[in-house]
Write a protein that binds this ligand. Structure first.
Ligand code: LMG
Ligand code: NDP
Ligand code: PMR
Length: 400
């Protein structure tokens, strides 16, 4: 399998989690080049290099070897006996506003991360990064429209061309159409919310998994943002319309209203339900990734509910009265409100906190803002449904 073959090269350098040991960097050599002796020992400057310095890849194996030689994840400074970690590279989809932007800022501020802001609107993303005060050398904007499978593939090609390693992928972008009376569709003809939030991210993560597997970063993670409103074991998840994927007949039919229905369960279109259904798919996909790939790759797969960030652009299509009342309702009545800044810190924790390496977990935070592994609803933890969604999604995005 491609994943296994690809893992041969960097595994010589990786320090794997959970009992798997890789050779230490000190002892490693690649094509006769000893990494410990390599003159480029200041890896803090890795992310400061301009894009031009990352040559286009001729073949992934060759270029990966170059990237590893340029900047192994862990460098032993023999003079000092100290070990330093190069900057991690995190791709965040939908980093032009809300949670994604706040997480990009939080990660950039640590000085330990270079963030690839994968956004559909380049200018908006540039303005957002500037006004958030994210340091120029800490981010790169790359175009990605999740509502087009061609664009997803193009993004993956562009990313590979950049020669950067992929250490963490955050599937964060989403659309929510609570007031839509009729469905709208992606470029490939899928209902927009599930097409963007689930299918676009599904293809993206599948195509980038190999790259993540090749990274020599000590803690590689694939994070898919979930939500409480897709979990019917909570009060918020019981506000109608409730998430329900049914027997997946709409998904099997392509979500296009031609063969069946635009809704996963085959029912009448409801924009709020389609969003919640998409979040269930996100949470199930994370678990299916965990089951299929965690043991072999050591990658951490996680989801999260960051809290109710009632002020973000997610509610842009809701009626003005809702947008006015929703933040105070969450702040003073449910007390589920969190600021964009706080939510960004939570997502940044899931990206880089050394204590959050457990795979297969749906993270939430308590009132004291401490993280805990939360319980998913029966449907959002149904392994059989997860497998079926995986297989149907593979067909829809052209992977099977
Ligand atoms: C669906 O309706 C639509 O059908 C669907 O098309 C789609 O749009 C979907 O999710 C989107 O919504 C959902 C419907 C569910 O909800 C509503 O229509 C109610 C909207 C309420 C939005 C929040 C605003 C609440 C305003 C309260 C004022 C807050 C001001 C705070 C000021 C604080 C000052 C200190 O409907 C239902 O589930 C039925 C329940 C309807 C209840 C409506 C009353 C809401 C009042 C809040 C009750 C909270 C309960 C806690 C009580 C605590 C008391 C201390
Ligand atoms: P925002 O609307 O602020 O951010 C969503 C981001 O997704 C935007 O950057 C948007 O781009 C981007 N996006 C939308 N469609 C596409 C597309 N086709 N291709 C690429 N990017 C796209 O909402 P939030 O920050 O609130 O949402 C972020 C995540 O958090 C979502 O997964 C949401 O489900 C989740 N979440 C949010 C909660 C909340 O209370 N707000 C609660 C629980 C989970 P653009 O800027 O161009 O519009
Ligand atoms: Mg909800 C009890 C707590 C609670 C929490 C944590 C949320 C989160 N909500 C709660 C309760 C309620 N909400 C109650 C009691 C109501 C009825 C008045 C209510 C209503 C409501 C609406 C209409 N809530 C909403 C909406 C939306 O349109 C939002 C939505 O469903 O988006 C899909 C929403 C949300 N409530 C939340 C959160 C986190 C959301 C939005 C975002 C999301 O799930 O991604």
């Amino acid at each position: 399998m491609a994943l296994q073959a690809a893992s041969l090269l960097p595994s010589a350098f990786s320090i794997q989690k959970e009992g798997k040991t890789g050779a230490s960097v000190k002892d490693s050599s690649l094509f006769g080049v000893s990494l410990a002796d390599h003159p480029k020992t200041d890896f803090s400057s890795f992310a400061l290099k301009s894009k031009r310095e990352f040559g286009p890849r001729k073949s992934s194996a060759v270029v990966r070897a170059q990237a590893v030689v340029t900047a192994p994840a862990i460098n032993s400074d023999t003079a000092q006996g100290k070990k330093t970690l190069r900057k991690g590279t995190a791709v965040i989809t939908g980093a032009s506003s809300g949670l994604g932007l706040a997480a990009a800022k939080a990660l950039a501020e640590t000085g330990k991360w270079h963030v690839i802001m994968a956004c559909r609107d380049f200018l908006k993303a540039e303005k957002a990064a500037k006004s958030a005060g994210i340091a120029k050398e800490s981010y790169t904007i790359m175009h990605l429209d999740l509502a087009s499978l061609d664009s997803v593939r193009q993004f993956v090609d562009n990313f590979k061309q950049s020669g950067r390693p992929l250490d963490v992928l955050v599937c964060n972008a989403a659309v929510y159409q609570p007031t839509a009376k009729q469905p709208s569709f992606t470029a490939d003809g899928f209902e927009l919310s599930v097409g963007t939030n689930h299918l676009g991210h599904f293809l993206l993560s599948r195509l980038l998994l190999d790259d993540m597997n090749q990274s020599d970063y000590p803690s590689k993670r694939l994070i898919i943002v979930g939500s409480i409103t897709g979990n019917t074991n909570t009060l918020a998840g019981n506000v109608p319309p409730k998430a329900n994927l049914g027997d997946l007949r709409g998904l099997a039919g392509g979500l296009n209203e031609l063969n069946s229905s635009a809704m996963i369960d085959g029912g009448d279109f409801d924009g709020a339900k389609a969003y919640k259904d998409s979040k269930v798919c996100n949470m199930l996909t994370m678990q299916e990734f965990h089951r299929r790939y965690h043991e072999d790759t050591g990658i951490t797969f996680a989801s999260l509910y960051p809290g109710c960030i009632a002020t973000t652009g997610l509610f842009r299509e809701h009626i003005p009265l809702f947008r006015l009342l929703f933040p105070p309702f969450q702040k003073y009545i449910t007390k589920g409100f969190v600021s964009e800044e706080e939510a960004g810190k939570r997502l940044a924790q899931v990206v880089s906190d050394p204590s959050l390496t457990k795979s297969g977990v749906y993270w939430s935070w308590n009132k004291a803002s401490a993280s805990f592994g939360n319980q998913l609803s029966p449907e959002a933890s149904d392994a059989e449904k997860a497998r079926k969604i995986w297989e149907l999604s593979e067909k829809l995005v052209g992977l099977a």
